[in-house]
Design a protein around this ligand. Sequence first.
Ligand code: F6R
Length: 239
Amino acid sequence: MKFIKFKNEIEASQYAANEIIDLIKKESKVQLGLATGSTPIKLYEILVKDHNENKTDWSKVETFNLDEYLGLPENHPQTYKVFMDHHLFSKVNINKSNTHFPEQNSINYDELIDSKKGIDLQILGIGTNGHIGFNEPGSELNSLTRVVNLTQETIKVNADKFFNGDTKDVPKQALSMGIKSILKAKKIILLAFGESKQDAIKKLKESIAFDINFPASALALHNDVTIVIDEKAGENIDL
Ligand code: F6R
């Protein structure tokens, strides 16, 4: 794992955006793995700005989102489909039929990704408890896309960020790509910003083997992972 610390979230997001833009320009077809949550919002903003100013062509890009809540009505503002439409898909020239989310019969999601020759670049965030996707502590290393139960910690964090603090409005389950699904990506960039991610980043830095209680540790087993953080997330950590 390579760690890169930037002064702030904007510079860090610019780094990840450049990786995506370079890939889109270089390859005739690109498969991107995408995350939601607060962390990648600036990244998507930069990608939209680049599309408007430099006409980067998204028509050959296919996307696979990591996860989706279970139990929210289809057009609920907090579904990850609506989130992605709002922050990225409606603002670049991507073909909507090339955007994918895990569905209820999600057994097919990994097969779908494999049939498209896999994910070229996977963007990840990280939970304060070390989850990647919605692979909460206890997730197996060989897990594929499946229904997962969200922990109380994740429900609380997401309630505060996206559901006006009301934990009862946050779905208790989601569909998530598994840890094995994530590790199949050719290249992985994990973004983490702010003080609340300090402990998780410190633990990730110390990870040398998979620890089922800290799912992000699985990234130590992959050969092309870049952890992109801001100064706050990397405070007191020797990189
Ligand atoms: C979202 C996802 C999650 C988030 C994580 C961090 O698609 O897979 O793992 O990346 O919960 O969330 P934020 O970015 O809101 O801190």
